[in-house]
Design a protein around this ligand. Structure first.
Ligand SMILES: Cc1cc2nc3c(=O)[nH]c(=O)nc-3n(C[C@H](O)[C@H](O)[C@H](O)COP(=O)(O)OP(=O)(O)OC[C@H]3O[C@@H](n4cnc5c(N)ncnc54)[C@H](O)[C@@H]3O)c2cc1C
Length: 573
């Protein structure tokens, strides 16, 4: 079938929903999502959304901006960080007015709690800036925004999987999608496309991300010629449940939880004397890895403990009910009495599709890719630079989701609908058939597992030249096997075997870009730590990485960082 809408938003997480809600009522907008919309990963966000409301103690947007920039190890573009911090209070009150049930403090105001890297007076002390609804913040914002989308009559196509961006040079014309329920290919004719397809934590073995986070939009933009930005910066969250990666939110430490090594020491005091357990994530993850390397993991093994036993029953059940239940369900432990085994888990991608402050995608040589926009974790504005602070992603989604919606409306009058190329759906359909026709070969999940192991071994918290080179060789040898991947399910409806195969390609291509970017950056900054280049080197490396698809392989180039208010300084916490 052929569908036609002025604007198509791909992805129904908070970024996509917020963009679509902005456009609705002004232009004909549709929302497509490969999972049922409210199943998007945004619904799993636990800890909160940052805004300098000052409800618990004095705060200001300048301090929030400073923390974001310092947290990013000075790689964030400061004009973008300023937009984020300045707009945060408005964005949170807007959510409140839409109906998000935030926790309240005794004064009846939106309650706020401490989070990693959020400080008062430019780094002097930890500050309470995270607005939250217990530890289900993403869930309640998701349900509220989805309700808003339904109320505004946005046409939703659930379980439609984007397969191709149809474009002529740097101008979008439409989309090809796979209808999971029917097993058929459809095309959308459209004037503007917003990519809000989320992250790709599934590149790694241990991750807090859901199964859908396979980087589809990021890869398809790359395939269409968009250079990807800062892909070497992969955030590992310090407290994933050991062996599973399921997240124990930083809110646990915001509420007073502490990390302990094997001998029971509160080791973060050594690494970050002021903020201790509430230092930024890159530093805490490295500290855990170092404790483990130096033999101070629990029982000499590869993990440490998160201690919540002193928080008391009331606080756990009021502020951290969800993670308390995870600990009971997944580990059979009682967080009131037992220490929780944790290890760093792949959590967030700082890099992605480069955009300007309005969400317009920057194609080759920084030119605007006409009709293409991106928002949320798949985009790189860049507000998070080399390391994102906790609670700044949910904020990014609603601030830049809204701005993207506004920008689309501004641009729409000059984006004429174009005729779709003939047979656009047919060539995509034939591509899928070719995959299904293979009789013998490797199962997609088997290759995916190998890739995840390689990436976790070669390109995680610590990196070095030899490991990165080895990782790149191994990933390329897996890429060479893509044509041999076999899909055993030859049916049409809900063929997850087939979508696994498509997602495997996206993940492998992005793994290659991560490795190439990480290999090229010969310094340590934020989440990218090179054992062979352990210092930050502003003289040579205070710049964004760009990687462009090329017939000879990914091509690396750089672009400057926008610095407005804060000059780079040593990152001491
Ligand atoms: C466990 C966990 C807890 C977190 N807690 C917090 C927190 O407390 N505070 C905070 O600020 N951040 C938190 N984060 C980070 C934050 O939740 C994510 O960065 C954010 O939700 C990403 O939102 P998004 O809208 O960009 O994409 P997502 O919410 O990931 O949604 C992606 C959407 O794209 C769709 N999609 C993808 N590919 C396709 C395709 N091919 N075709 C069609 N649709 C497609 C999916 O169906 C989905 O609807 C957390 C992350 C995790 C994993």
């Amino acid at each position: 079938m052929i569908f036609e809408h002025d604007v198509v938003v791909v992805g129904a997480g908070l970024a996509g929903l917020r963009a679509a809600v902005e456009v609705a009522g002004h232009a004909d907008v549709a929302l497509i999502s490969k999972v049922f919309p409210t199943r998007s990963h945004s619904g799993a966000a636990q800890g909160g959304i940052a805004a300098a409301l000052g409800n618990e103690e004095p705060d200001s947007w300048e301090w929030h901006m400073f923390d974001t920039v310092k947290g990013s190890d000075f790689l964030a573009d400061q004009d973008a960080a300023e937009v984020l911090a300045r707009d945060a209070p408005r964005a949170v009150y807007e959510l409140e007015h839409m109906g998000v049930p935030f926790n309240r403090n005794p004064k009846g105001l939106i309650a706020q709690r401490a989070f990693g890297g959020h400080t008062g007076e430019l780094g002097r002390r930890s500050i309470k800036r995270a607005c939250h609804a217990a530890d289900r913040t993403g869930r309640v914002i998701m349900d509220t925004l989805y309700h808003e989308a339904v109320r505004k009559g946005i046409k939703v196509y659930p379980e439609f999987h984007l397969l191709e961006l149809i474009h002529k040079e740097e101008r979008v014309e439409g989309l090809a999608v796979y209808d999971l329920a029917q097993g058929d290919v459809h095309v959308f004719k459209t004037r503007a496309v917003v990519l809000a397809t989320g992250g790709f934590g599934k590149v790694y073995k241990t991750t807090s991300n859901c199964f859908a986070n396979t980087g589809d939009g990021v890869y398809l933009a790359y395939k269409a010629g968009v250079p990807l930005q800062d892909m070497e910066f992969v955030q590992f969250h310090p407290t994933g449940i050991r062996g599973l990666g399921v997240l124990i939110s930083e809110a646990a430490r915001g509420e007073g939880g502490v990390l302990r090594n094997g001998p029971g020491e509160r080791f973060m005091e050594k690494y970050a004397p002021t903020l201790k357990d509430l230092a930024p994530r890159d530093m805490v993850s490295r500290a855990i890895a170092r404790e483990v390397r130096e033999g101070r993991g629990v029982g000499g093994l590869d993990y440490v403990h998160l201690d919540l036993t002193h928080l008391g029953k009331e606080r756990l059940s009021e502020k951290l009910p969800e993670i308390s239940s995870f600990v009971r369900i997944y580990l059979g432990l009682d967080p009131l009495k037992d220490l929780i085994p944790v290890e760093p888990t792949c959590h967030y991608m700082m890099g992605g599709i480069p955009t300007d402050l309005g969400g317009a995608v920057l194609g080759q040589s920084g030119r605007i890719f006409q009709g293409l926009y991106a928002a949320g974790e798949c985009a790189c504005v860049s507000v998070h630079g080399a390391n994102r602070l906790g609670c700044n992603s949910l904020l990014d989604l609603v601030v830049f989701g809204r701005r993207t919606g506004k920008r689309v409306l501004e641009d729409l009058p000059r984006l004429e609908a174009r005729p779709l190329p003939k047979g656009a759906d047919e060539s995509v359909r034939m591509g899928l058939d070719r995959i299904k026709e293979r009789k013998k070969g490797i199962r997609p999940r088997a290759l995916q597992k190998q890739m995840q192991e390689i990436m976790s071994a070669c390109c995680a918290v610590y990196r070095n030249e030899a490991g990165l080179m080895e990782g790149l060789d191994s990933v390329r040898s897996l890429l060479a096997q893509l044509d041999e991947v076999v899909v055993e399910n030859k049916g049409g409806r809900f063929n997850t075997d087939l979508t696994d195969c498509l997602e495997l390609e996206y993940l492998l291509r992005l793994a290659e870009v991560i490795l190439v970017s990480a290999g090229a950056r010969k310094e340590s900054r934020g989440a990218h730590f090179r054992e062979d280049f352990p210092q930050r080197d502003d003289l040579s490396w205070l710049k964004h990485t760009l990687v462009q698809k090329n017939d000879q392989g990914p091509l690396v180039s750089y672009k400057p960082v926008t610095i407005t208010r804060f000059q780079p300084e040593a990152r001491v916490y």
